[in-house]
Design a protein around this ligand. Structure first.
Ligand code: GLU
Length: 313
């Protein structure tokens, strides 16, 4: 089987077997018990191509905490709400700092570097919240995910959200700091409440890959036929995922995998192979930049075996 016509079913199942057998698993996030108690031996992978063919490996149907991967979808909603005016509140440059850094915010007068670091995602959430009640906003975000994945079983894990709130002092500091510069319009507690809850959505690799499929197909879900965003917007969201989707590990991810991707501290990664497929992986152990250790390696293996990197074969 040549790279031009890869046997995706075989590749996905082989990668899942290889990843399950590896001993280097990274370290699971320990800041809340719900993540600290996840078994690091888990590994799941789902790849859905533009014809709607689904290829699954390992724990592809086990829901996990998607955490920061939700930021791709809140960004999509916020752009839908206020379009390019969003860029007055948040930048589009990679940060080179840790995901929850506060230093840069002071230099940049409370305007976060990009929509995927915590400060940026909180500012994006604030935009979606404006003009609505928190509960309504949360319902809108959840329904958007269910619509994209065509799956009404997707849910918010309220225990995860409560733990995030209990321990989220740094996020509260970021939000209050931005509020002092007028970047946050709503009461900080409301914005943070919605942020913690959308990070606490639980989804499987299969559901996540399906939800991301519109980004692989110029903004239109090729299975349902629904147009989600324009092709230009899809291209731009992909660009931000490539440059900013892995915090200060974004350069390394581009170098090794070469696909737009967004990671979450729950160990998930959503990766987009434009014109080809949407891929979700889940391996709970993280590397030192807070990104899934085996998730990244699995995607690196995928682009090696398929030649799908956006930078060439
Ligand atoms: N809810 C997490 C936080 O804000 C998300 C971080 C992540 O997934 O990287 O701390």
């Amino acid at each position: 089987m040549s790279k031009a016509d890869p046997d995706l079913a075989k590749i996905v199942s082989e990668i899942a077997q290889e990843m399950s057998a590896r001993e280097d698993r990274g370290r699971v996030a320990s800041y809340i018990p719900e993540l600290a108690n996840v078994d690091p031996a888990r590994f799941g992978m789902a790849l859905i191509d533009l014809d709607g063919h689904v290829h699954l490996g390992g724990d592809a149907d086990v829901p996990f905490s998607i955490q920061s991967i939700s930021k791709v979808f809140t960004l999509t909603l916020a752009l839908g709400r206020i379009g390019d005016r969003l860029w007055q509140k948040v930048g589009r440059e990679p940060s080179g700092n840790r995901f929850n850094s506060i230093i840069q915010l002071e230099h940049e007068m409370g305007v976060p570097r990009n929509p995927f670091i915590n400060a940026g995602a909180i500012a994006v959430t604030d935009v979606i919240l404006s003009g609505r009640a928190p509960r309504e906003t949360l319902g809108e975000i959840l329904r958007f995910m269910q619509f994209l994945a065509d799956d009404e079983t997707i849910f918010i894990d309220h225990e995860v959200a409560a733990s995030e709130k209990r321990t989220g002092f740094r996020n509260a500091a970021l939000a209050n700091y931005m509020k002092s510069f007028g970047v946050i319009d709503n009461p900080v507690d409301n914005t943070l409440g919605v942020y913690f809850h959308h990070c606490a959505m639980a989804m499987s690799c299969r559901q996540l890959a399906r939800a991301g499929l519109f980004l692989a197909n110029n903004g239109r879900n090729p299975v349902s036929g629904h147009s989600v965003v324009s092709s230009e917007r899809a291209r731009r969201i992909n660009a931000l995922m490539m440059t900013c989707g892995h915090y200060d590990g974004s350069g390394e991810f581009a170098y090794r995998v070469g696909l737009p991707g967004k990671s979450g501290v729950g160990g998930g990664i959503l990766a987009i192979a434009p014109g080809r497929a949407s891929i979700a992986v889940w391996a709970p152990g993280l590397d030192e930049t807070g990104n899934s250790h085996l998730g990244r390696i699995a995607l690196e293996e995928l682009t090696k075996r398929t030649g799908w990197s956006v930078f060439g074969h």
